[in-house]
Design a protein around this ligand. Structure first.
Ligand code: AMP
Length: 263
């Protein structure tokens, strides 16, 4: 079954950067609700209009809006392995996600928490920017393009910074994370689906730690989702039915043998 991975972690932990690497390394599809909402804001769609001021203030967009935006994307990629970046962010969203996945006959494979120190996140976020063409991420001090002003990945020459990547907004986004999103760590731990990764190291080190968890063998052997009650019941039913057929065949044979006087 195509895996469904969740990346948890405060803003600046590197969820977006690592999700893009997991796309390259494992052929997963990144689903970032932040990207979806920014696109909605840019096109001025109803969801975008409703989300704009909340995003600028560093708050969380309502569960209904963000879940509707995600559901639309999810519907188009039923068979692909996915890496969720920035969703779920509340308990209500985690439950909504379960519902969306169940409707597709799949379930969460693992939630991976990127563990970082809050204090370092403000520096990380305030210095980050991306290529306007391909979205490759950079940082003023930690990761500048090899050739100044030219994207390493696509050669693009235009870069952009997010409107909400300011020191003031980051404090509010961190507060929203601790109040509403951090409880999801306990939620997924309680279901035996949590993995934790120390994410204060270099991008390459974190990528390696994630690969050890996400590597196809590890994922399918250690973290395949538990079968649903319905699937378990169907397996039992199939077993009982098959067993009954065997018994009926045996009885038929005995009857035939009796009639032929062979016992
Ligand atoms: P991100 O790019 O994931 O940092 O998200 C940027 C902003 O989009 C957040 O600060 C929120 O305002 C909003 N956002 C993204 N995903 C969600 C979500 N799952 N629930 C609520 N708000 C979200």
């Amino acid at each position: 079954m195509a895996p469904v991975l969740i990346l948890l972690g405060p803003p600046g932990a590197g969820k977006g950067t690592q999700a893009r690497m997991l796309e390259d390394d494992f052929g997963l599809t990144q689903l970032s609700t932040g990207d979806m909402l920014r696109a909605a804001v840019a096109t001025g769609s109803p969801a975008g209009l409703a989300a704009k001021s909340v995003m600028q203030a560093g708050g969380l967009v309502s569960d209904e809006i963000v879940t509707a935006v995600l559901a639309e994307k999810l519907a188009g990629i039923t068979g692909q392995g996915i890496i969720l970046d920035g969703y779920p962010r509340t308990l209500a969203q985690a439950k909504a996600l379960d519902g969306l996945l169940t409707a597709q006959g799949r379930a969460v494979s693992a939630a991976i928490s990127l563990d970082v120190d809050d204090a370092a996140m403000i520096d990380r976020i305030a210095g980050r920017f991306t290529c306007a063409n391909c979205g490759e991420g950079y940082h003023d001090t930690h990761k500048l393009p090899a050739k100044s002003g030219v994207c390493d990945k696509c050669g693009g020459a235009t870069f952009k910074r997010r409107a909400d990547d300011t020191a003031e907004t980051v404090r509010d986004r961190l507060a929203a994370y601790h109040a509403q999103t951090a409880p999801l760590i306990a939620f997924y731990a309680g279901r035996g689906q949590l993995e934790r990764v120390g994410a204060m190291g270099s991008i390459a080190e974190i990528r390696q730690s994630l690969s050890r968890i996400v590597g196809p063998r590890g994922l399918s052997i250690q973290m395949g989702p538990a079968p649903s009650e319905e699937v378990v019941q169907k397996t039992i039913d199939r077993y009982v039915k098959a067993h009954r057929q065997v018994s009926a065949t045996e009885m038929e044979k005995e009857k035939d043998a009796d009639q032929a006087g062979r016992y």
